[in-house]
Ligand binder design. Structure first.
Ligand code: DGJ
Length: 741
């Protein structure tokens, strides 16, 4: 890992063993982009890569140089209107109404380590020498503003972290109308964009489109990253596969409104940007104030999508997830939601918990319904005190009883919300987000508290703190079940109303941080009606997130498979629920439900008191299996083998320990086949010459055979029977354990 500056040519070259990121100070002193890709050897100037040409109709900043047009030059952090007409990374409205700026190189700094981002989630270094940072300071002297571009390169990952800080050094106020976290101009557009779109219970469906001239974008204006789009996307060459070819990955560590956009111009260059969505956003900067953008991550690999994913997995596990739970596996949990919904008594919960403990469950989570008079979703949000009709000794008494059984205890909260039927609303009807003179829209019978206000956050902190300090709580599930409508904050002046969305998210982050500072051993799982705020920003606070309210194992195959493109398995909340499934109505074997849920945090979401002894016996075995392989699943390298989305009737994936000595290979039948073709899976990550024992069965094979000739998966539907005793059926699944001898 190295960051070099070559003064004579004004060149910056960030590199590690895998990638190079090269920029230079251009003729007009603005910053140009030279190259981002596989590592290349440094050159003293790279002048020969400057592509300049006179093009009719173009505009030029220099009167006598018709070849220097910003419209045709790859740039690093462009603005609009000084010969570039593409979408800008930065736009500042000045007192006289002008939007024109010109930020030119002033100075830079290179150092080991990486600074924290004030009030925002960010990657960090673990050791003094595992990350290096370059700060490039650009200045617009006319408006006396400074833009500090931060670039951090990681020693062990093909990744760069970027963010921007804008400072107003002048005497007049400025309005930031656009400030992206990153911008990257690539020299061509022969790429396919993969993004993860969907809706509630259908999160992260993989969407692929070839880049076309014009703008293609995804984003959210719901003030949470959303079920509809995820702040993570990929650009790959059309020929790139899971295991070969160029791929770029971009992620925004942010949980609010975002924009991810690619603009392809008439000469087929691609401008990639990600940051806070400029719609519904203007940040007012008084003299000496500054604005820090969220952080963006840029990854690049030549080894296909799986390698790209492994970079994100490793980076997040090592440089983003932090605190007590960073090196620990999540406890195996039972969550009460699908087991009981709002309908429970202390007795019914305790009987579930006792049975769960007997089966090996480690953590009991009491979901929605425990506070105020919350018998349905119309009431009590904001009243974070226990409903003693259901829990006579409150949360402190109940948590004690759960601990006495031998389980850890977890609790559901939805701190950002308020019900109109609540004591909090009676006291503070003006605390919900609403526009003066208008009736606020409704959503799940609840309203959003104005978390941009300090006194609102203070009240909620005090309530949660009182429960946490008086009870024995090991885990919180932090839910958030509606988007903001009618956005307006009663305390802000008119010229700051476009800041509310961002201030809101900063408020959420502040509350997370405050709770974690006071309760550092608390495990928080983020949630938003399932996966409506499952984003890398959240992972900084909550190492695991509930990825979808859809708990059907077959639908989950696609959701987990696609989520793994950008997120590590240990971050994905995944549970075994009852059958028929409550969302999809599908009946699936208990074994398959577990075989899918293992590849995440693992837990249960069904009524243990209704299980037969036989089911309990199976669950005991499942939990023993998970405990045995949890560390492999959560720290190993994950490989996607067969995509459930598309025409496959099967899905498969595997996880291999870092030293290649142990692996799990899982395959799943969606629908059974009759007289089917033979199937085999080409495995990955094994030692070529290692001899592996494969169980179940008594086969031993060398790693190279399994990787290059393939692993024949036994299945009586195709006639090539490896194990005759096995009859397959719809939703059948199997996990093979590979141990190197
Ligand atoms: C939505 C979550 O995603 C569910 O798991 C559950 O916690 C409900 N909210 C409770 O209201």
């Amino acid at each position: 890992m190295n960051i070099r500056y070559i003064k004579q040519s004004g060149l910056f070259h960030l590199s590690n063993n895998s990638i190079s990121y090269i920029m230079k100070i251009m003729e007009n002193r603005q910053l140009g982009q030279v190259y981002f890709g596989r590592r290349i050897t440094g050159h003293p100037d790279f002048h020969h890569r400057d592509e300049r040409m006179h093009r009719t109709i173009s505009s030029y900043p220099f009167e006598n140089d018709t070849s220097f047009s910003l419209e045709h030059i790859l740039q690093e952090f462009p603005s609009y209107g000084t010969s570039d007409f593409r979408m800008p990374a930065l736009e500042i409205q000045q007192e006289n109404g002008s939007l024109i700026t010109s930020f030119v190189y002033s100075h830079h700094q290179i150092y080991h380590g990486k600074p924290d981002l004030p009030h925002l989630p960010a990657t960090y270094g673990n050791e003094t020498d595992d990350v290096m940072t370059l700060e490039i300071h650009l200045k617009d002297t006319l408006i006396q503003a400074e833009a500090i571009l931060y670039y951090s390169i990681f020693r062990d990952y093909a990744a760069i972290a970027r963010s921007v800080n804008i400072i107003n050094h002048g005497a007049k106020a400025l309005n930031l109308t656009t400030v992206m976290s990153m911008c990257l101009d690539l020299p061509d557009s022969d790429y396919e964009m993969i993004h993860f779109s969907g809706a509630w219970a259908r999160e992260r469906e993989k969407t692929l489109r070839h880049l076309e001239p014009g703008i293609q974008s995804i984003g959210s204006l719901r003030r949470h990253s959303s079920h509809q789009h995820n702040p993570f996307f990929i650009l790959k060459r059309p020929s790139t596969t899971e295991h070969n070819g160029d791929a770029f990955g971009f992620a925004l560590l942010y949980s609010g409104n975002f924009l991810a956009q690619i603009e392809v111009d008439g000469h087929h260059t691609s401008r990639i940007m990600a940051g806070i969505h400029p719609a519904q956003f203007t940040w007012h900067l008084e003299p000496s104030e500054s604005f820090q953008t969220p952080e963006a991550i840029l990854c690049m690999t030549n080894d296909g999508l799986n390698s790209l994913s492994q970079n994100f997995h490793g980076l997040y596990r090592r440089h983003l997830i932090r605190g007590y739970w960073k090196e620990r596996s999540s406890p195996i949990l039972l969550n009460s939601w699908e087991a009981a919904y709002f309908n429970f008594t202390e007795e019914s919960l305790l009987s579930m918990a006792k049975r769960a403990y007997a089966c090996g469950v480690e953590l009991f989570v009491l979901d929605d319904g425990w506070f105020g008079t919350r018998d349905n979703d119309k009431t009590s949000l904001g009243d974070w005190f226990p409903d003693i009709r259901k829990l006579p000794e409150g949360i402190s008494g109940f948590s004690e009883k759960i601990h006495n059984i031998g389980l850890l205890f977890g609790l559901w909260i939805e701190p950002e919300m308020i019900s109109k039927d609540s004591a909090l609303f009676l006291q503070h009807p003006d605390w919900l987000i609403q526009t003066p003179g208008r009736t606020p829209c409704h959503g799940r019978n609840q309203y959003v508290l104005d978390f941009s206000r300090k006194e609102v956050r203070e009240n909620i902190f005090r309530q949660i703190d009182s429960i946490l300090s008086n009870s024995n709580i090991d885990y919180l599930k932090w839910d958030m079940n509606r988007s903001i409508t009618d956005c307006f904050s009663a305390l802000l002046p008119a010229y700051r109303q476009q800041e509310v969305f961002h201030r809101y998210i900063l408020g959420v982050y502040e509350l997370y941080e405050r709770i974690l500072q006071k309760y550092p051993k608390l495990l928080i799982e983020s949630c938003s009606g399932g996966g409506g705020r499952f984003d890398p920003g959240m992972l900084y606070y909550a190492p695991q997130g509930w990825i979808s309210d859809n708990t059907d194992a077959i639908d989950r195959l696609t959701i987990q498979y696609n989520t793994s493109m950008g997120y590590p398995l240990r971050s994905m909340g995944s549970h075994v629920s009852s059958s028929p499934n409550h969302q999809a109505g599908r009946t699936t074997p208990l074994e398959t439900r577990a075989n899918v849920a293992y590849f995440g945090t693992f837990g249960y979401e069904l009524d243990f008191s209704k299980l037969s002894d036989e089911e309990c016996g199976k669950i005991k075995e499942q939990i023993l299996f998970m405990k045995k392989y949890q560390s492999l699943i959560h720290t190993g390298s994950f490989y996607r083998l067969l995509d459930p989305q598309g025409n496959n009737r099967m899905a498969a994936w595997m996880v291999v320990s870092k030293d290649g000595s142990q692996a799990l290979v899982a395959y799943y039948r969606l629908l059974n086949e009759v007289n089917a073709p033979y199937h085999s899976l080409k495995l990955h990550g094994l030692s070529e010459k290692g001899l592996y024992r494969i169980t179940p069965g008594n086969l031993t094979c060398y790693g190279d055979e399994l990787m290059y000739a393939g692993f024949i998966i036994s299945d009586n539907s195709c006639g090539r029977v490896f194990d005759n005793s096995i009859k397959t059926y719809d939703f059948y699944s199997r996990i093979f354990i590979l141990e190197r001898l």
